[in-house]
Design a protein around this ligand. Structure first.
Ligand SMILES: [Ca+2]
Ligand SMILES: [Ca+2]
Length: 110
């Protein structure tokens, strides 16, 4: 008695050997320039990057000027609104003037 043994056909998928291409291209490490924040449209005076220059920015500059806050490079750039190289109460005052429409623009331009 010959019982037809079902041919158990195992679908063996051949291991797809993906050609591993040698990495010929050198992996570039992008070294970002430390000083020039030109990547994003920066609003001078907008030190908290919320899109507007308001009293909060003046407060933040005051905090920074009194050693109560730390800024990154971009913030420092935005904070020095009178472009004298220092971030101090004068910048905070200028921002406040700007907020209260006493001035319409800062000495430093975006
Ligand atoms: Ca702001
Ligand atoms: Ca300044």
């Amino acid at each position: 008695m010959t019982e037809p043994t079902e041919p158990t056909e195992e679908v063996t998928t051949a291991p797809v050997t993906e050609p591993t291409e040698p990495l010929t291209e050198p992996v570039e490490t992008t070294v970002e320039p430390t000083v020039e924040p030109t990547t994003e449209p920066l609003i001078i005076g907008d030190v908290n990057f919320d899109g507007t220059v308001d009293v909060m920015d003046a407060v933040m500059v005051q905090l920074y000027a009194t050693d109560n806050a730390s800024f990154d490079d971009t913030q420092k750039y935005a904070a020095d609104v009178n472009d004298d190289g220092n971030i101090d109460v004068l910048d905070a005052m200028d921002i406040q003037k700007y907020v209260s429409s006493k001035i319409t623009e800062f000495k430093k331009k975006s």
